[in-house]
Design a protein around this ligand. Structure first.
Ligand code: NAD
Length: 402
């Protein structure tokens, strides 16, 4: 019987699993993930800010595994050998495959800036998001004990989608933080240090300004056009003057790193032709030299023929890739030709807190409460596509009116 191995139970991997499990073809699937649960990576900022418990953004992988077709192994993938068609796990176990689907996801990217890994908090999975929240609470307790205002300061490094969404949730989390510190919420100081001056470049200026204005009104203090050069313990060092290179320091006891992501380090370590952990795949999503290896989600790069640049890594494209990988494996099993992956973005919506958002749906700008409603519907749809009806009813966002 043919063996299909899926690496990663994120949006891409689980989507492939669900599609393959529906097929009547004869094959066995092995799914590998380092966790026993799937998490909604798009909601990590809420766990970090303390506005959602981790249970709300996770569900057990076994809930979506059909044991008659699939074996789930909880383990960390260390290497992929495409020539011998084997995957090595940290447990020492080796898995042989006929078809492989690599959906190992993203990791934080430090761009080699000194002190990032030692002195800034990352937000890449459930554990690191929980750690951010625990750290903030500990700093609030330390403020109560010392009255040193640096304990009340939080810096978000980078104002991409992740940074903007995190800022919105941190603003909402201020009330709880203030209670722990024994201060009023306005005493919690939230900063954002960002290299460029024009934020959210994927949106027109009016729409981007909407987000910035809201966050500014809610007390976020911006340092834009200020590339971060180093993170020292409790200090963000940024370039203050592009002409002279003069630097400034911002002291804060909580520093969160959201300046971008790369694909899993396993790709480079396994000899894939990758850039920042992303592999430029063939039109049918297979590795260029190995037609039985599909590379999907954040480890994959597909060229957008319109912009002539790879599509940005989003849950939306990961889900689409997951479906296509399953479809193409089924084609290959039947000796049929594989299909070309095409993608038309349905737009993107960023939340700012629980009841505001902004973005594009198709080519139409949306903002405010209606955008927030759309954002929740998008989240419910991706939950439905990986977890099915049961998880959507349990974890979906139907708390639409505030
Ligand atoms: P990003 O690359 O989109 O943004 C990173 C930001 O950090 C940029 O604004 C960049 O200028 C800034 N930056 C980089 N180096 C810096 C430095 N040294 N100092 C200061 N600022 C610096 O990364 P992201 O926000 O993590 O998003 C990753 C991907 O996930 C993107 O493709 C994004 O579109 C996607 N995403 C989508 C959603 C959504 O659809 N709602 C939410 C989150 C992330």
């Amino acid at each position: 019987m043919k063996e299909i191995v899926i690496l990663g139970a994120g949006y891409a991997g689980l989507r492939t699993l669900r599609e393959l499990q529906k097929s009547k073809e004869e094959f066995h699937i092995t799914l590998v993930d380092q966790n026993t649960y799937h998490f909604e990576a798009t909601d990590l900022h809420e766990v970090a800010a303390g506005t959602q418990p981790k249970e709300k953004i996770t569900y057990p992988i076994k809930d979506v595994v059909n044991p008659e077709k699939t074996t789930f192994i909880q383990a960390t993938v260390t290497k992929i050998d495409r020539d011998s068609q084997k995957v090595a796990l940290a447990t020492g176990q080796e898995l042989a495959y006929d078809y492989l689907v690599v959906g190992l996801g993203f990791q934080s990217e430090s761009f080699g800036i000194p002190g990032v890994s030692e002195n800034a908090l990352e937000m890449v999975d459930v554990d690191s998001a929980v750690k951010v929240n625990q750290h903030i609470h500990e700093m609030m307790r330390q403020y109560a004990a010392t009255k040193n205002e640096d304990f009340l300061k939080i810096v978000v490094c980078g104002a991409g989608f992740t940074g903007i969404e995190l800022l919105g949730s941190l603003v909402e989390g201020k009330k709880e933080m203030a209670e722990i510190a024994g201060v009023t919420p306005d005493k919690i100081q939230i900063y954002c240090v960002e290299a460029v001056t024009r934020l959210l470049p994927m949106f027109d200026e009016k729409l981007a300004d909407y987000a910035i204005k809201h966050l500014t009104d809610w007390g976020v203090q911006w340092r834009t056009g200020k590339p971060i050069k180093e993170i020292k313990p409790g200090i963000v060092v940024y370039q203050d003057d592009a002409d002279t290179g003069a630097r400034k320091e911002l002291a804060a006891k909580t520093i969160i790193w959201t300046t971008g992501v790369s694909g899993s380090h396993v790709m480079g370590e396994s000899g894939f032709a990758e850039r920042r952990g992303r592999v430029m795949v063939s039109e049918d999503l297979t590795d260029n030299d190995h037609k039985n290896v599909y590379v999907i989600g954040d480890v994959s790069a597909v060229m957008d023929p319109e912009s002539q640049r790879p599509y940005p890594t989003t849950a939306q494209i990961a889900l689409k890739m997951g479906s296509m990988a399953a479809k193409n494996i089924l084609h290959q099993l039947k000796g049929e030709k594989t299909e070309t992956f095409t993608f038309k973005s349905q737009g993107s919506v960023a939340s700012i807190g629980n009841s505001h958002a902004l973005g594009l749906v198709g080519k139409t700008s949306v903002k405010g409460y209606p955008a927030s409603f759309i954002k929740k519907m998008i989240m419910n749809k991706s939950l439905l596509e990986t977890g099915g009806v049961k998880e959507t009813l349990a974890k979906g966002r139907f708390d639409l009116y505030h």
